[in-house]
Structures are given as C-alpha cells and as structure tokens.
Design a protein. Sequence first.
Length: 92
Amino acid sequence: MGARGIRPRKPRRRLSDARVEGMSEGDVGRLFGRFTWGAWSPAGNLERNGFFWRQLSRNGTKGAWAFVWQARWVFVLFFAAFVVVALTLHFI
C-alpha cells in the first residue's frame, strides 16, 4: 500500500507585506485587523460585555440563584438576629 495514495502538499507561498505609502505602521495594523484595545477602550468594553453575555446565555442564571438557595439559612439567621436586636432595643 505505502504512500502512493497520499497526495503531497502544495508548496507554501509567503504573502507579500502590506505596505501602503503615506500610512503609519499603526494605521496599517488597524486597517488590516491587527488592532489592540485597552481595558477601558470601547473595543475592550465590547469584548468584555460580549464575554459576559455569552457566559450568561450559556450558563443562564441558575448558578446565581443556586448560591442564594444554599445561603438561605445565613439570610434567615441574619434576619432573626436583626429582629432580636430590634426587639431588645425597643423594650430597653
């Protein structure tokens, strides 16, 4: 059998550099999609919000409410302690 059925790859061709006369290196990078964004730039904000919405659509809000359901006794005990303190201060 051997390698007779395997087609050899085409030779790899290098792409020409994208050089435009009269444009700065940063403009050329942004023009051809090689831009970077900072943490507080509009593009960074869009990326952060997109990540948040993708996670929310993937996971839903079930995880957030599961935490509240597990911590319900903490909330109940906090409320009971608040009522006890309020009643104690009221009758003193």
